[in-house]
Design a protein around this ligand. Structure first.
Ligand SMILES: [Zn+2]
Ligand SMILES: [Zn+2]
Length: 303
């Protein structure tokens, strides 16, 4: 079994890289890749732990990118982790958006949430993203009461963190960058143009793969993938936990047509022991998860 997409606490995951390696071994994965957002800080720890367990470990990263009016996630694989340009640019992305993090926390505070800047910066995350901030909200009892009320929570109901983000981190507006109709984020991740990111990965000796394309592109936008191939895109993460069966089929067919690699990724972020969750709760859940409405928005829009 292969899983080439998951996150540690160096971005918005919960587990340490060493714990992820252990979990991967336990569930029988053979080839694994840690792909933190805009960060490769966990690589060495993951490599050491993974290799000692007999796992085949590939270097990885997930970079926030944009192309035209799209926000796309780009996976980089099998690159030289010591590449200077790559390390420099990731560091820039990590630092560039710290003011955004602070601003978002202020917006949330003004909206009555109990959230402190120091908590966002307290963890080991090299890149602090939207999920890091959203994950702080349910930890405060008063916040949690508000979330429970807003989501009509009942015993046993799980509130995916993606829905917490969709509800509180987007405001009414006709924003181009939002996956949510007529809503734009109060927060933007630190992105770079996808052409540059593909080039960066390639120059570091790696392969660039478009992450969960079905999350960002509709089926009428296959042309975009051809354009990205011209920039040097090497593959599509066709087999993603974010995809419906139809999407898995569609993106595999397109990859075949364009002679691109097909990769598989769970996008596992870790298990939290409460009633709010990341959607993919374990790599085992892979295709057994209940799709929440927020993930079906794209399909709905198409109809
Ligand atoms: Zn992603
Ligand atoms: Zn991811």
């Amino acid at each position: 079994m292969i899983d080439l997409h998951f996150h540690s606490y160096y971005s918005d995951g919960i587990d340490s890289p060493a714990d992820l390696a252990k979990k991967a071994k336990e569930i029988g994965l053979a080839t694994v890749c840690l792909t933190d957002h805009n960060a490769i800080n966990g690589y060495q720890e993951f490599m050491t732990a993974g290799q000692s367990l007999g796992l085949n470990v590939v270097t990885g990263v997930e970079i926030y990118t944009n192309y035209k009016d799209k926000r796309l996630h780009l996976l980089g694989y099998d690159f030289n982790p010591d590449d200077q340009d790559l390390n420099l640019i990731l560091k820039e992305l990590q630092e560039k958006h710290l003011p955004q993090v602070k601003e978002t926390i202020n917006i949330l505070k003004n909206d009555g949430w109990k959230i402190e800047e120091k908590d966002a910066f307290a963890g080991p995350a090299a890149y602090i993203g939207m999920a890091n901030i959203a994950g702080l909200l349910p930890k405060d009892a008063q916040n949690w009461e508000r979330i429970k009320k807003d989501f009509n929570w009942h015993q046993g109901k799980i509130i995916p963190i993606t829905e917490i983000i969709a509800k509180y981190f987007y405001k009414e507006n006709k924003g181009n960058f939002s996956p949510y109709k007529n809503k734009c984020p109060i927060y933007r991740e630190a992105e770079m143009p996808i052409e540059k990111a593909i080039k960066l990965i390639k120059q570091a000796g790696g392969k660039a793969v478009l992450a969960h394309p079905g999350q960002h592109l509709s089926w009428r936008e296959d042309q975009i993938v051809s354009e990205l191939k011209d920039f040097g895109l090497a593959g599509l993460e066709a087999i993603s936990s974010h995809h419906s069966w139809q999407q898995i089929e569609h993106w595999q067919i397109l990859a075949k047509e364009l002679d691109l690699l097909i990769t598989v990724g769970s996008d596992f972020h870790g298990q939290v022991p409460e009633d709010w969750q990341f959607l993919v709760r374990s790599p085992w859940d892979f295709f057994k998860i209940n799709k929440s409405d927020s993930f079906l928005l794209f399909d709905k829009k198409e109809k």
